[in-house]
Design a protein around this ligand. Structure first.
Ligand SMILES: NC(=O)c1ccc[n+]([C@@H]2O[C@H](COP(=O)([O-])OP(=O)(O)OC[C@H]3O[C@@H](n4cnc5c(N)ncnc54)[C@H](O)[C@@H]3O)[C@@H](O)[C@H]2O)c1
Length: 357
């Protein structure tokens, strides 16, 4: 394998943003093919971005020897089988969220990854936001102190037209609602700072649109480190906003408020004590966030695949999200508080109850 990896993108929705990111990294990646099951999309997207090969069937890419990495930006219900097919073809895979709808499927993917000797990199590009990178840096420098409590608000607006895309709004094809599709990034950010969840209680409701999946949710979490967190999600907000607030022993961290980029600067870091301000200033004085968003994740992926650096996002990170959904749906339907981790004999290990509705 050469240092410049050959990549193919599958799916022409958010996949177009991926294409722009791959093309910004032209010294690291050669974008050689684009695939979409819809022939018009396949042709138009390839032409727009100057991609020489277009295809309408993933298998046409899998048989090619001149592709190292496949980027799956297809509807969620296809991810598990497509990831397995890419690995079986001997290629690395990067895949949009959510990867799967059960821990058993995630563990099957881990097995397929191990057997193939290739890599699965789930997409969590919010981790590469400029403001959020500062919080990660403050954590790595030991500035935060003990975590007390956090809140995450994901308050977005989705009108009926959003559900005209046939895969949306149904458990079988979207895999879930606002928890699985919309708040997944913010909740991943929370867990990547506060660590594993010890137990949770959840309520979900469908109140905004006439769909099968939830569009409102409230989760109450106790983390393994003892911190508490409250997560609020709706797709019925007149004014869209996302916000994460973390209260630590030494500082309060508050995200920016853009609905789709709360990970971006400016974040506010408010000291609890005078000496905390000095430590924050010192830690951030020479800190420059790395590349942002998809570009940041794709660049770090190149270092992992070519230079033995750790994967920027690992299957375990996706597993943690899927475990959160599994426990949340179980709690919402049973009324129980659910302890994590979920063992193989827990009913939620095989997915959430409404998946076959
Ligand atoms: N990371 C993010 O911020 C982000 C943002 C939006 C969407 N997503 C995720 O990206 C995925 C795609 O969402 P979207 O909004 O782009 O959907 P979309 O419906 O707009 O686009 C999906 C594309 O995939 C194509 N497709 C469907 N089946 C295919 C197949 N078998 N082979 C090849 N192409 C196929 C469709 O024709 C369509 O063009 C979802 O998993 C979604 O959750 C992530």
């Amino acid at each position: 394998m050469t240092d410049r990896l050959r990549v193919a993108v599958v799916g022409g929705g958010v996949g177009k943003q991926h294409i722009e990111a791959w093309q910004q990294l032209a010294s690291l990646y050669d974008l050689v093919a684009f695939c979409d099951v819809d022939p018009g999309t396949a042709e138009q997207v390839a032409a727009k971005y100057g991609i020489t090969t277009s295809a309408t069937n993933l298998n046409d890419l899998l048989i090619r020897k001149d592709i190292d990495l496949i980027d799956l930006a297809t509807p969620p219900g296809l991810h598990v089988e497509q990831i397995k097919a890419v690995l079986a073809a001997g290629k690395d895979v990067i895949c949009e969220k959510p990867l799967a709808a059960s821990l058993s499927d995630i563990d099957a993917l881990a097995e397929a990854e191990s057997v193939s000797g290739r890599n699965i990199c789930p997409i969590f590009q919010y981790r590469f936001g400029g403001g959020f990178q500062k919080l990660q840096h403050l954590k790595a420098k030991g500035v935060l102190g003990r975590p007390y409590i956090a809140t995450v608000e994901t308050h977005w607006k989705r009108l009926p037209t959003y559900y005209h895309v046939p895969w949306r709004g149904k458990f079988r094809t979207e895999l879930g609602g606002c928890l699985v599709s919309h708040a997944i990034h913010a909740h991943d950010m929370l867990m990547s700072i506060l660590g594993p969840v010890a137990n949770l209680h959840a309520r979900t409701a469908t109140r905004v649109n006439p769909i099968e999946v939830e569009d409102c949710a409230i989760l109450s979490l106790e983390m393994e480190n003892g911190a508490l967190a409250a997560l609020s999600v709706t797709l019925g907000a007149a004014e869209e906003r996302s916000r994460l607030r973390f209260h630590f022993e030494n500082l309060t961290a508050e995200s920016s408020l853009g609905p789709y980029d709360p990970q971006a600067d400016p974040w506010r870091f408010l000291p609890m004590h005078d000496e905390s301000q000095a430590r924050i200033d010192e830690a951030l004085s020479d800190f420059e966030p790395g590349p942002l968003g998809f570009v940041g994740q794709f660049k770090a992926l190149h270092a992992a695949l070519t230079a033995g650096e750790p994967l920027p996002v690992r299957l375990d990170d996706s597993r943690r999200s899927i475990e959160l959904f599994s426990a949340a749906y179980f709690s919402a339907s049973s009324g129980d508080t659910v302890a994590l981790p979920l063992s193989k004999d827990h009913p939620a290990f095989e997915g959430w109850p409404k998946i076959d509705a």
